[in-house]
Design a protein around this ligand. Structure first.
Ligand code: SAH
Length: 294
């Protein structure tokens, strides 16, 4: 089904409100999820001298639907991405007390505005790719909410040329956002079909600075260590010691820590130049679990 961006739904709700005002209780929303489907429950009603037949109601409904579809269709994916970036910038300002971030680095928002998220989700979710929410990517896994992707990227404080390790490649979207910051990305995915499809997708999109490996990220990637930054996009019960060991002095790591299938805490770990580690809990998040190979 064609999915509508939020402002279109709002507009539809307004239109629906207008129709309700005209016909009072004569209209029913047939399908709560789909604001565009409006069904008249009575064929004829008279209110304040206005006579509405079911044909009139149908005509008004069709016109409303036509206008809304027209409006949504005229909005390109790029427009939707920019609207999404504005949404996450607002969210960043609202949550700045918790995260300690005073808005996002413009390079991070530029990366979010550039990566085509609709190419990282299954076809049937493509129209929802620019909603600020996680989406299923198959194998019981999800692509993270864009705000969380931007936040975690921002927290790593990356400058060009840095070496980053990601645990949990998933769709490859987070890796692509990192790559837009001109850093070298090594990413590990434990589900083989996801690792394969993400590697193919990133290659097709020209993200040559990303290397994907199928494996258990708990143990890190010793061959490319130490890393300037490490990002874990699956929830761990504890911070994996091999990842702490593979973080460079002066480096940063972000990881959701907490019980599986419940709320976790997004944790920022900073290793100072002497190798001392400091952790800071930022905000509650919900990630799929970090699993282990047996
Ligand atoms: N960063 C991804 C979303 C991550 S969802 C994106 O942008 O799309 C979390 C991913 O972590 C899942 O794909 C899951 O299979 C993977 N994962 C879970 N445990 C893992 C482990 N031990 N090592 C590597 N990947 C793991």
């Amino acid at each position: 089904m064609f999915d509508k961006p939020r402002f279109v739904i709002r507009r539809q709700a307004r239109l629906r409100g207008r129709e309700r005002a005209l016909t009072l209780d004569s209209l029913e929303t047939a399908h709560k999820e789909d604001a565009s489907v409006i069904v008249p429950s009575l064929t004829r009603r008279r209110r304040g001298g206005v006579t509405l037949t079911s044909a009139t109601i149908r005509l008004v409904s069709c016109l409303a639907l036509f206008l809304c579809i027209g409006e949504a269709a005229s909005e390109t994916y790029e427009d939707r991405r920019l609207r999404l970036v504005r949404e996450i910038e607002i969210m960043a300002r609202q949550l700045d007390d918790a995260t300690g971030e005073r808005g996002f680095d413009p390079r991070v928002t530029a990366a979010m505005a550039k990566v085509p998220r609709h190419l990282f989700v299954p076809k049937r979710y493509e129209a929802r790719a620019y909603d600020n929410r996680p989406l299923p990517i198959g194998h019981g896994q999800t692509i993270s909410q864009p705000y969380i992707v931007a936040l975690m990227t921002d927290l790593l404080d990356l400058s060009p040329g840095r070496i980053v390790l990601e645990i949990g490649t998933g769709s490859g979207y987070q890796a692509a956002v990192l790559a837009e910051l001109d850093v070298r990305v090594y990413t590990i995915e434990i589900v083989k079909p996801l690792a394969d499809s993400a590697a193919a997708r990133l290659k097709a999109l020209g993200y040559d600075g990303v290397t994907v490996r199928w494996g258990d990220g708990y143990v890190g990637w010793a061959a490319h260590a130490p890393f300037d930054a490490i990002i874990v996009t699956a929830a761990a019960g504890h911070i994996p010691p091999p990842l702490i060991a593979q973080l460079k002095p002066g480096g940063r790591m972000v990881i959701p820590v907490g019980p599986r299938f419940m709320t976790q805490q997004l944790v920022l770990i900073e290793k100072d130049v002497t190798g001392r580690v400091r952790t800071k809990q930022l905000l509650p998040v919900a990630f799929v679990p970090l699993t282990r190979t047996r």
